[in-house]
Design a protein around this ligand. Structure first.
Ligand code: KKD
Ligand code: ZN
Length: 350
C-alpha cells in the first residue's frame, strides 16, 4: 500500500510539564467548588494584576480576534476596569493587513529563549522574529517582574472546537481558577472545553506572568461568523471581570475542573514524496471532543479506502482538519481527559 499512516501514530507521547491531576473526583465537585463556604486546603495568595493585555491577530487571518481588537481600540471603555490597566494590541499587523496567518513564520511559535535573547531589530531576520521581540519588549520580558501580569490571546480555528480555553501552565492557580470561572459563566452553552497545550511551543501569551488562549471555531480563516465573534467577546469580558473580582479581594475556593491533555498529534497519511494521500473521513469531520474509539474511521484515501483509528483506548480528538496545520503535518490532536485542581485563591494584600 502506498498510503501509510505516520509510523509514530499513537506511540509517542508529547512531553508536557507535570501537572496536578486529582483523580477519582466526581464532576459535581466542579460545580460545587464555587459554592463551598469553607476550604480545607491552604490559600494561595498572588499579587494583584496591574497590567493586562488583550491580543488579537497573532494569526492575521483569524478574524474574530482581529475585529474584536479593532473594535476595542476604538472603544477602550468596553475593556477598561477600575483596578487594572488594559492594553489592546493587534499582534501581527502586517499579517492582518494581508489577511494571512503570518508573513515569514508563525508568530505563535517565536517566543523561545533563543529568539528573544536579542531585543535588537535585525533586518536579516524574519518579520515575526522582530515583531516577537517588539511584543516581548512591550509585554515582557518573560519571567521578569516587569512583565505584564496577564495576557489573553484570541484565536479561531476551522475545526469544530466550540469554546475552547487553552492553558499552558497547569501549575498556575490563577489561570485554573479563571477557566473554572469562565466555564461556570458559560455553562448554559454546554460546549466549553479546557485543554492543555503544554510548553512544546512558545506562544505569544507565554510572555506574561499568566496567560490564557481562547480558541473558537469553526470559522474559516479570513471570514467572520457572528456567533463565534460574540462568544469570543463574551469570554474575553468574563476574563476581565474575573481579574477585576480577584483585584477586589474576592476569594475563589479550591476547585477541580475537567480538562483535556495532549497525548499526540497525528499527521495525514502521506506517500513517499510526503504528499497527503488521504482526507479526514466524513464521519470524523467536525467531531472534535467526541470520543474516538479504536476502529472508528478517521481517514479516507483519494481512492475511497477508509483508514480506522488503531489506538487501544477511547480518546478525545481536537483540531480535526485545522487548515493551518496541514503545513505543520497535523491532521488532528489526540487528547485524554484529566482533572486539574487549584487551591483557594486570593489576592495578596500589601
Ligand atoms: C489553529 C491555531 O492556530 N491554533 C493555535 C493554538 C494555540 O494558540 O496554542 C496555534 O497553533 O498557534
Ligand atoms: Zn491562531
Amino acid at each position: 500500500m502506498i498510503c501509510k499512516l505516520p509510523s509514530h501514530i499513537l506511540t509517542s507521547v508529547v512531553n508536557t510539564k507535570p501537572f496536578t491531576i486529582v483523580r477519582g473526583l466526581r464532576r459535581s465537585r466542579i460545580r460545587d467548588c464555587k459554592m463551598a463556604t469553607t476550604s480545607t486546603t491552604t490559600t494561595t495568595t498572588l499579587p494583584s494584576m496591574r497590567k493586562v493585555g488583550i491580543l488579537g491577530g497573532t494569526h492575521g487571518n483569524e478574524l474574530s480576534g482581529v475585529y474584536l481588537v479593532k473594535q476595542w481600540l476604538k472603544n477602550k471603555a468596553a475593556v477598561t476596569r477600575k483596578n487594572f490597566e488594559t492594553t489592546v494590541c493587534l499582534s501581527n499587523p502586517r499579517a492582518v493587513e494581508k489577511c494571512v496567518r503570518y508573513i515569514d513564520t508563525d508568530l505563535n511559535r517565536v517566543f523561545t529563549e533563543d529568539n528573544l535573547r536579542s531585543s535588537q531589530e535585525d533586518s536579516n531576520n524574519m518579520y515575526e522574529i522582530n515583531r516577537g521581540r517588539e511584543l516581548h519588549a512591550i509585554f515582557g520580558p518573560k519571567h521578569s517582574d516587569a512583565a505584564y501580569d496577564f495576557l489573553v490571546d484570541l484565536h479561531n480555528t476551522t475545526s469544530n472546537m466550540q469554546n475552547s480555553l487553552m492553558i499552558h501552565n497547569t501549575q498556575d492557580p490563577f489561570v485554573v481558577q479563571l477557566v473554572r470561572y469562565i466555564v461556570d459563566k458559560l455553562k448554559h452553552l454546554e460546549s466549553n472545553y479546557v485543554f492543555i497545550t503544554g510548553n512544546a511551543y512558545q506562544t505569544t501569551r507565554t510572555v506574561a506572568k499568566h496567560g490564557l488562549g481562547i480558541e473558537i471555531g469553526p470559522q474559516s480563516h479570513g471570514s467572520l461568523i457572528a456567533d463565534v465573534y460574540q462568544k469570543m467577546e463574551t469570554i474575553t469580558l468574563h476574563t476581565l471581570d474575573f481579574i477585576e473580582k480577584f483585584n477586589e479581594g474576592e476569594v475563589f475556593n479550591a476547585c477541580t475542573i475537567e480538562a483535556y491533555d495532549i497525548i499526540d498529534k497525528i499527521d495525514f497519511p502521506r506517500d513517499k514524496d510526503g504528499e497527503i494521500c488521504a482526507m479526514i473521513h466524513p464521519a470524523f469531520q467536525f467531531k472534535d471532543w467526541t470520543p474516538l474509539k479504536p476502529g472508528d474511521n478517521i481517514f479516507v484515501t483519494f481512492k475511497g479506502e477508509t483508514i480506522s483509528y488503531q489506538g487501544d483506548k477511547t480518546v478525545y480528538p481536537a483540531f480535526i482538519n485545522e487548515a493551518s496545520y496541514y503545513e505543520k503535518g497535523i491532521a488532528f490532536w489526540v487528547m485524554k481527559k484529566v482533572e486539574l485542581s487549584a487551591p483557594t485563591l486570593q489576592m495578596k494584600r500589601d
